[in-house]
Design a protein around this ligand. Structure first.
Ligand code: RTP
Ligand code: MG
Length: 140
């Protein structure tokens, strides 16, 4: 299989509640390693650009507002099958559907304010990593 990288965001609902460490512990316990990390406050341009794929969806405006509502922690995670592994550790988008023990089951507040983002495939992961990080900020 080999090592793979994925992109993660700890969302504003989680930074607000000061639970970034609890979330990172879940990622590490699940076999992923943080190889890049920074805390940022997204601009409107960044939030709209990052979620451009969702711009026709009814929740787009709400999503962009939420992602700008406080600091986020953007990270690159590395591990075996990192993209799929991270999605397993996160759980389903809607916390009501998320499996027990997942980040969203434990911490998410709603389908919108759901504590974490994770890339949905290897190609998306490459694009999302490049959106926030330069190569020299990633130390594997
Ligand atoms: P993410 O991209 O954040 O990892 O989450 P995901 O793949 O599980 O969900 P996706 O369908 O890509 O949706 C992106 C984010 O939009 C918000 N959302 N709100 N109000 C709603 O019905 C609704 N649906 C989605 C969530 O924050 C979701 O994570
Ligand atoms: Mg998604």
């Amino acid at each position: 299989m080999g090592l793979e990288r994925t992109f993660s965001i700890i969302k504003p609902d989680a930074t607000r509640r000061n639970i970034t460490g609890k979330i990172i512990s879940k990622l590490e316990e699940g076999g992923l390693r943080v190889v890049a990390s920074k805390r940022i406050h997204m601009s409107q341009e960044q939030a709209e650009g990052f979620y451009a794929v969702h711009k026709e969806r009814p929740f787009f405006g709400e999503l962009v507002e939420f992602m700008m509502s406080g600091p986020v922690v953007v990270q690159v995670l590395e591990g075996e099958n990192a993209v799929a592994r991270n999605r397993e550790i996160m759980g389903a988008t809607n916390p009501a559907d998320a499996a027990e023990g997942t980040i969203r089951a434990e911490f998410a507040e709603s389908i919108g304010e759901n504590s974490v983002h994770g890339s949905d495939g290897p190609d998306t992961a490459k694009d999302e990593i490049a959106f926030f990080f330069s190569d020299d900020e990633i130390v594997g």
